[in-house]
Design a protein around this ligand. Structure first.
Ligand SMILES: Cc1cc2nc3c(=O)[nH]c(=O)nc-3n(C[C@H](O)[C@H](O)[C@H](O)COP(=O)(O)OP(=O)(O)OC[C@H]3O[C@@H](n4cnc5c(N)ncnc54)[C@H](O)[C@@H]3O)c2cc1C
Length: 418
């Protein structure tokens, strides 16, 4: 258990999206932190050592060793934590893109089975699961486990087996030659590997409303906002979405918030939510579900101030004061890199693998080998997909973990020339 002095201190203003990004990153990475919201210029001068609330050096992060970073990027924080590394090899057996449950599982199995393995993660380890306050249906944790805790355990396990983890790096393009894949990262680094697993999951969908970008992190948040619950005491919180991630967010906020409004497009939660969450929501007196509704406007200057909710049946519009809106409406896979190299995707952009590639018993013409693609193999031999990014996958932690492990078994077969 970390002591208070071992915490990273973040000092900033409530409307700062940079401060939110930092809190979110540290929370997902299971790094203890203390958030100090500065209320006036005097406090900013005394506690953060800046000229006032509008000083561009905010937010300020103070690390347990006394080091101070002013308005740091996630990469600078990663470097300060000692997590930012260059690849140690010029070539690996296996490169895994994405450090969610699927990628972490692939890293554990790949490294433990003797493959030189590198995992590349653009943000924080844990992926979507890392943003979950409590995963209750993962085998072996009868009382549930926070996504951040699960991710940190998996990270440690992968490192213990010798996997290399590169955090804060993003794969942007691939080049595939027979027997070799070259991943180009956003910072210009190249990763060469004999086999590749794409475990890049999905990215949160947006509401696509005016002001959304500007208010992101300043009252509008994507995902369940696991880092934010303790700061919502006494507030009315709005959660958009009717799926399990939205349901979990509602249950996470309801014990601390004054009230929680869940905005859903459908007419019933039963169609989209697991029964255990339907029951808990029904039993929570401070939760109200706004059926047949959608958020149609968000307003605020520096931070969110109000939202407009429209009833889809009647067309009635209602404006409510709001300072926190959590958007949990699923995600899209963002696999444009695959299209550039001719890897088959479905209409929504998910990577198609194995038997799903068959159309009327025929494989796509781009498949170059005599053998059929393995179960999780894409149309590029040696490039596998695991977890949420894969067409037809079950969008659950356990299945992502299972697919990560299975992909490694298929990588062995591929590397053995089978
Ligand atoms: C709030 C919430 C609660 C949930 N609760 C549950 C639950 O209780 N039980 C359950 O079974 N499931 C739950 N899920 C679903 C579950 O988390 C997902 O199915 C699972 O995380 C999918 O794992 P994945 O590894 O395939 O993808 P993800 O978790 O999406 O991870 C993908 C990772 O890839 C990284 N990435 C993406 N592109 C790149 C790139 N180009 N380069 C490098 N890295 C990249 C991302 O940053 C991310 O870390 C929940 C999801 C959410 C959002």
């Amino acid at each position: 258990m970390a002591t208070d002095t071992a915490r990273v201190k973040i000092l900033g203003t409530g409307a700062s999206s940079r401060a939110y990004m930092i809190r979110d990153f540290l929370h997902r990475s299971d790094v203890p932190f203390e958030w100090i919201e500065l209320g006036n210029d005097e406090q900013a001068r005394a506690e953060a050592g800046v000229t006032g609330l509008h000083d561009k050096r905010l937010p300020v992060c103070v690390f347990p060793d006394g080091a101070r970073l002013e308005c740091p990027t996630i990469r600078q924080i990663t470097e300060k934590l000692g997590w930012f590394h260059d690849p140690s090899r010029s070539e690996y057996d296996l490169a895994i893109y994405g450090g969610g449950p699927a990628g972490l599982s692939a890293a554990v199995y790949g490294a433990s089975e003797g493959l030189s393995t590198v995992l590349i993660e653009r943000c924080a380890i844990g992926g979507q699961a890392g943003s979950s306050s409590k995963i209750e249906n993962y085998l072996g944790f009868p009382n549930g486990i926070s996504g951040a805790d699960l991710a940190e355990r998996a990270r440690e396990q992968a490192l213990r087996f010798g996997a290399e983890i590169l955090i804060g790096r993003e794969g942007v393009r691939g080049e595939f030659l027979p027997g070799k894949g070259v991943g180009h990262l956003a910072d210009g680094t190249k990763i060469v590997a004999r086999a590749t697993i794409c475990a890049t999951g999905v990215r949160y969908r947006r509401l696509n409303l005016p002001n959304e970008e500007q208010l992101l992190g300043a009252g509008v948040y994507y995902g369940a906002g696991a880092s934010e619950a303790e700061f919502c005491a006494g507030e009315e919180v709005f959660v958009v979405g009717g799926g399990n991630s939205a349901g979990q967010a509602v249950m996470h906020f309801s014990p601390v918030a004054r009230s929680v409004a869940m905005v859903i497009r459908g007419s019933s939660l039963k169609e989209t939510l697991s029964q255990y969450l339907v029951d808990r929501i029904a039993a929570s007196p401070n939760v109200r579900v706004l059926h047949d509704s959608e958020v149609t406007a968000i307003e605020g200057d520096e931070a969110l101030q109000s939202i407009e909710i429209t009833n889809r049946q009647t067309g009635d519009r209602q404006k409510s004061e709001a300072c926190r809106l959590f958007v949990c409406i699923g995600g899209d896979p963002h696999t444009d890199w695959a299209e550039d190299v001719g890897i088959v995707r479905d209409k929504a952009g998910y990577l198609v693998t194995g038997p799903d590639l068959l159309q009327g018993n025929r494989l796509p013409e781009s498949w170059p080998l005599e053998r059929s693609p393995y179960y999780l193999e894409t149309t590029m031999p040696g490039v596998f997909a695991a977890g949420d990014v894969r067409h037809g996958s079950v969008k659950r932690c356990a299945s992502a973990v299972g697919e990560g492990a299975m992909a490694v078994a298929l990588v062995h077969r591929y590397l053995a020339g089978g």
